[in-house]
Design a protein. Structure first.
Length: 749
């Protein structure tokens, strides 16, 4: 049983963790004291040590506790099957076929499920229905692999499937239809099979006409809203990376003015990859050149300039969802020459806990970014407390979580810093899958060791139940950080997407699916998700916020899915209607049905609007899919791109609040707010503040509240629209930054 309560018990690391850390430290000490240029050698050794640790984890991982190792699990079951007595063979054979399916060995799984059906007399009933469900899924999945994934197009996997998305190899969906029809004849209320039957007909280009009338999904759920449709261009740019779930950082890592892409995948031997934006409409993979070879795995990644040297570093998170997932995270220092070095051990960040959740902020106002890591506790007997690492300013960190009482033992799935009360001290929100969410208000202190965070149990932000991704953003432009969080229900009896399909059919399932909390300005919040049109099931895993049309109101992008291969649900996009309501525009080309995880937004082509990169792929070895990149088609609204630079605060001014005051043609004024950060809790967006201005006539002023108590705000006037500007702390004159406009070739679809 996973611990459902949060406790403030400081817990030591496991014996294995202490031993490995001690051995690493001893090796470093010995090596450094017997060689010249000790600092560089120690760092190089730490990097190679991390590569060795990750390689060892992969080679020795147990498929019984690491459920992405489906091929290994199948091999283990096959050995049991060969030695099992006849009465145990059917169940073992089912498990063997199931692991083959999850491993992506679909044709072999199809053979075994067919044999099991024949052995059962080809009789469909309550006891054998699962065999038919699996056989139909095998056929459907085979079609996905042959068409949607291996020979994918920009329209592949996007519902309603049409155009180039229609399958050319048709055996998979044709056979799936035969089995689903048989299932639905016997079980007409099986909404999951009904949905997958409709998908199979879509794949063949025969929807809706060929679908049996009684099983046809309503056509109006697939209608788009308006004519805005983003182009999917990852294929033409070589960015359609295939793999399992993972994270993404979108940032200018080499300082050339163009946003690059840093990608991770969850598989224990899947490589971290780096793609440089060449500024000429192309990208080049620079993984090996960037010194990333061997730094495998990572469900999530976030970036920040932790050492204030002017370039952005990356933190990779590992071990999430895995029982006993004591995998190390990685801090990768950007060397400023196109390479990264793993400095986790030297920085004092080596620990062994399962996690995908962390965020950067300068909690104590000393000008150096600190790091909060939310770990996952599965059982009270094996606790994994949260960690708060204070940046010592010399390249090292110290975990202060036990001293200041934030070493929560819970199942943390999101960590987000924000400034709830606008006091220039960052507060933190923790999304908890197995208990109430946690809001901690930063009360300051006389020293880092005596710092105070107050847990706000009465703030009204403890839900949703089974909370997963979450973030701070100012959806209504009132200058106060609001909170968005979504649920991820772990229903082991029915891991399919049936509740989502029921909602589409007009039957709103009970459940606490998501929350949007409006900041009341007094350290309390009000849930407004129903009144704003967000009472819906999403199965969100990755997400971020953006301004889709530069109207100055922040919209929401959700990467969706569940581990189950049947859970084919669309990614979701909600358009903010001036802070009054959100409109679902998912069917405007965003409704990709492969599993969406890390989401990052930024202006990749420097044309003034935000593009979106989504890491796609599931939690199973064979649930691999291709990442997608949506290019913004543009609009008639104005914009400004701001690059704040701290002097007394941290270099990138992470946590700074920006107020842009604009006036329209009539002279009426409005305020647009932004906070410097990487956005959502699963996906790391550019630190550039790309702010839409709507139909503004001019910018009256830009005011920056720097993220350090006592530092006065800076007000900038004479700020031009449709430009990129550097705003330096203490200097009230903005500096124009020339960013080269890039064409990605609109004909290369």
């Amino acid at each position: 049983m996973i611990c459902a309560a949060t406790m403030h018990l400081p817990m030591p690391r496991s014996s294995f963790s202490r031993l490995l850390a001690g051995v690493s430290a001893l090796l470093l000490f010995t090596y450094c004291n017997n060689q010249p240029d000790t600092a560089k050698i120690a760092v190089a050794h730490g990097h190679s040590r991390m590569v060795a640790i990750l390689d060892s984890i992969y080679k020795n991982a147990d498929p019984r506790t690491c459920y992405i190792l489906n091929s290994r699990a199948a091999e283990m079951i096959l050995k049991q099957l060969e030695m099992a007595p006849p009465q145990n063979q059917p169940s073992l054979k089912f498990n063997y076929a199931f692991q083959l399916l999850k491993a992506g060995k679909t044709e072999a799984a199809t053979v075994h499920f067919s044999e099991l059906i024949q052995q059962a007399g080809d009789q469909l009933n309550d006891q054998t229905k699962v065999l038919y469900d699996m056989l139909a899924l095998c056929y459907l999945r085979l079609g996905e692999q042959q068409n949607c994934i291996q020979t994918h197009t920009p329209e592949s996997c996007v519902i309603p499937i049409s155009g180039e998305g229609i399958y050319k190899m048709t055996a998979g969906p044709e056979n799936a239809i035969k089995v689903y029809k048989r299932i639905l004849d016997a079980y007409p209320d099986d909404v999951q099979s009904r949905w997958l039957l409709n998908l199979a007909y879509m794949a063949l280009g025969q929807w809706p006409d060929a679908v049996p009338r009684e099983q046809l999904m309503p056509a109006d759920i697939f209608k788009n809203k308006g004519d805005t449709r983003f182009r999917e261009i990852a294929i033409s740019l070589g960015l359609d990376v295939r793999g399992t779930a993972g994270g993404v950082c979108m940032e200018d890592f080499d300082g050339d003015g163009n946003l690059d892409l840093f990608l991770t995948k969850w598989g224990l031997n899947e490589p971290t990859r780096f793609f440089r934006n060449n500024g000429d409409g192309t990208f080049s993979e620079r993984t090996a050149e960037a010194n990333l070879t061997g730094l495998v795995a990572g469900l999530n990644a976030i970036h920040a300039d932790y050492d204030n040297d002017g370039d952005r570093d990356v933190f990779i998170l590992r071990g999430a969802w895995m029982i006993g997932g004591t995998h190390p995270n990685s801090l990768l220092r950007n060397n400023g020459d196109g390479t990264f070095t793993d400095v986790t051990i030297e920085a004092g960040l080596l620990s062994f806990h399962p996690t995908q959740a962390a965020d950067w902020a300068d909690f104590d106002g000393d000008g150096w970014l600190d790091l909060f890591i939310g770990n996952e506790t599965y059982t009270p007997q094996q606790p994994h407390p949260c960690e708060l690492y204070r940046n010592n300013g010399d390249g090292t960190f110290t975990n202060l979580a036990p001293q200041i009482g934030v070493d929560f033992i819970a199942f943390i799935k999101a960590v987000s810093w924000g400034d709830v009360n606008n006091d220039q001290r960052p507060d933190v929100y923790l999304s908890n899958l197995m208990g109430p969410n946690i809001l901690l208000i930063n009360r300051g202190g006389a020293s880092p060791e005596t710092w105070k965070f107050e847990e706000m149990t009465n703030a009204g932000v403890g839900n949703p139940e089974n909370s997963f991704p979450g973030f701070f953003f100012d959806y209504n432009n009132d200058g106060f950080d609001d909170i968005f969080a979504t649920s991820f229900v772990l229903n082991q009896e029915d891991p399919s997407a049936a509740p989502f399909i029921n909602e589409w059919l007009g039957q709103q399932p009970e459940g606490d699916w998501l929350r949007l909390y409006r900041n009341n300005g007094n350290e309390t919040f009000t849930d407004v998700h129903r009144s704003l049109g967000l009472h819906t099931i999403t199965y969100a895993m990755g997400h971020n916020f953006w301004d889709i049309d530069n109207d100055g109101w922040l919209d929401i992008f959700l990467g969706t899915g569940k581990p189950d291969l049947r859970a084919l649900v669309p990614n979701r996009v909600f358009h903010n209607l001036q802070g009054k309501r959100f409109e679902d525009i998912s069917m405007n080309g965003f409704s990709h049905i492969q599993k969406g995880h890390g989401v990052a937004v930024g202006d990749l082509d420097n044309d003034g609007d935000q593009d979106v990169y989504v890491v796609v792929g599931g939690a199973l070895e064979g649930d691999a899919a291709n990442n997608i990149l949506y290019e913004n088609p543009g609009n008639s609204n104005h914009w400004v791109t701001l690059l704040p630079e701290g002097v007394n605060c941290n270099r990138d001014a992470m946590g700074a609040k920006i107020k842009v005051t604009v006036s329209d043609k009539s002279g009426a004024r409005r305020q647009i707010w932004a906070t410097v950060g990487t956005g959502g809790s699963f996906g790391s967006s550019s630190l550039r503040q790309e702010i839409g201005l709507g139909q503004a006539r001019k910018i009256e002023s830009v005011e920056v509240q720097w993220p350090k108590p006592g530092v006065p705000n800076t007000i900038y006037t004479n700020v031009p629209m449709d430009k990129a500007l550097k705003l330096k702390e203490g200097n009230s004159v903005p500096e124009i930054v020339l960013l080269k406009n890039i064409s990605f070739g609109k004909g290369n679809q």
